[in-house]
Design a protein around this ligand. Structure first.
Ligand SMILES: Cc1cc2nc3c(=O)[nH]c(=O)nc-3n(C[C@H](O)[C@H](O)[C@H](O)COP(=O)(O)O)c2cc1C
Length: 409
């Protein structure tokens, strides 16, 4: 954990977390940095906290001591968002400080009661409110509901121009002691963006329309620095807002000129055709993300799907339905609303088939709007004719993806 002064009397306290499933579900291969902020005006406020995992609140308290702040002397907690990765520490805090005031949204107040039985000393703040910490640190608030829970607000400090948007504009990927995006080389930032997209697609994506509204609102705030609850701090506030704007647009598609190829196979029948399909794709000038299920996690597959305009699915029939891990990952992709993709499916069956029926059902039931080319299904091993049909369909798909993306630009 580390303390950095990011603006006058404004400190970031950050902790790198690894080897966990985020939200108990999402793989984070490069970890995540959780950020908490302290503003020392005449009054001291802490903006967002950290999770309540073993040892994490204690580390936060020891950092406060480094800043010569006794945790018991903190009288103001700004809770932008009650999700326990930011508020879990309050349970430990309550044990050492019984006298503090919380600022949160109306919905946040409800959630604080539900999660932590906190009912007293909660002041509701919203768009029209301000709160004066003294020494010029006048805080304003912007309601940005559903980015990522319904309670979310962003806090803006008039004195320093720092905007604290909590989950909005956050990223996975631990920062290893670095604070600002500007400390990363262009190459490193490109890599880091994959973690930002992982974060966006896995955590925030469902609420893309609300992300669009939040960005519109936040662009009106004269922020000099965006200091989120996860990941890097952005001096180039426009860069991260533009990036998030684009990710939100990918929900309805088209996204980028990329294809995500998701496949699974039990005994190698579908796999034989997958190998052929990959060779075909190698000759095409297009970025392809390949994921085998169940080996690759939902989160990893979703990250690729989010930026892809084209999807190829290859899996056999299994008990009159799709190969189960494919069904599971598609349900999740549908729930995150990765909509309107150009798609193509092929795969093996033994006697009755059935994968196609379930695929159509998921596409309809979850209103995904994926436009499928004629599938190629084969009994047992794929014939050379099947291989030719697959090759032809892939070429059509690549052309469609490029055309759709070009038409958008
Ligand atoms: C557990 C199991 C269930 C299956 N269920 C069906 C089925 O309901 N309908 C069907 O046509 N084939 C079914 N099959 C046959 C497979 O679809 C077939 O063996 C196919 O070639 C497997 O392709 P793969 O080697 O790519 O996994 C099933 C196979 C297994 C092992």
């Amino acid at each position: 954990m580390k303390i950095t002064e990011i603006a006058e009397s404004t400190y970031q306290l950050s902790v790198d977390v690894e080897n966990i499933l985020f939200e108990g579900l999402w793989e984070i291969p490069n970890g995540v940095t959780l950020n908490s902020y302290i503003i020392k005006g005449e009054k001291t406020a802490i903006i967002d906290g950290v999770c309540g995992w073993d040892g994490v609140p204690e580390t936060l308290f020891s950092l406060l001591k480094e800043l010569e702040i006794e945790p018991a002397s903190i009288k103001y907690l700004v809770v932008n968002h009650v999700e326990p990765d930011h508020s879990g520490w309050i349970e430990s805090f309550k044990k050492i400080n019984s006298d503090f005031q919380i600022l949160s949204s109306k919905k946040g107040k409800e959630l604080l009661e539900a999660f932590y039985d906190l009912t007293e000393n909660v002041t509701v703040v919203g768009d029209k409110d301000s709160f004066d910490l003294g020494n010029g640190h006048l805080l304003n608030f912007a309601e940005i509901p559903n980015v990522h829970w319904p309670d979310t607000i962003a806090t803006f400090d008039q004195a320093t121009g720092v905007l604290f948007p909590c989950d909005a504009f956050g990223s996975f990927g631990k920062c290893d002691g670095r604070i600002y995006a500007e400390e990363f080389s262009e190459e490193e930032l490109k890599e880091y963006e994959k973690d930002t997209i992982r974060y966006y697609s896995n955590i925030v994506a469902t609420f893309s329309p609300q992300v669009k509204s939040a960005i519109k609102k936040v662009r009106e705030i004269p922020a000099k620095l965006i200091a989120p609850g996860h990941g890097l701090v952005w001096k180039d506030t426009k860069a991260i807002m533009d990036a998030y704007d684009a990710y939100a647009d990918y929900q309805k598609g088209p996204a980028r000129a990329e294809i995500t190829f998701i496949w699974g196979s039990m005994y190698g029948m579908t796999e034989a055709a997958v190998k052929h399909a990959l060779k075909v794709l190698e000759k095409e000038d297009i970025t392809v993300h390949v994921h085998r299920v169940p080996e690759d996690s939902w989160g990893t597959v979703l990250t690729s799907v989010w930026t892809s305009t084209g999807i190829i699915l290859a899996m056999p029939t299994y008990e009159f339905k799709m190969f189960p891990p494919m069904g599971a990952v598609l349900e999740e992709i549908g729930k995150k609303k990765a909509l309107n993709r150009k798609a193509f499916r092929f795969g093996s069956f033994g006697w009755s088939g059935g994968a196609e029926r379930e695929l159509a059902d998921i596409n309809t039931r979850l209103n995904m709007g994926w436009e499928f080319l004629e599938p190629v299904e084969f009994k047992g091993t794929p014939s050379s004719e099947d291989m030719e049909k697959i090759e032809a369909q892939i070429k059509v798909l690549v052309a469609q993806v490029k055309e759709t993306v070009n038409n958008k630009q």
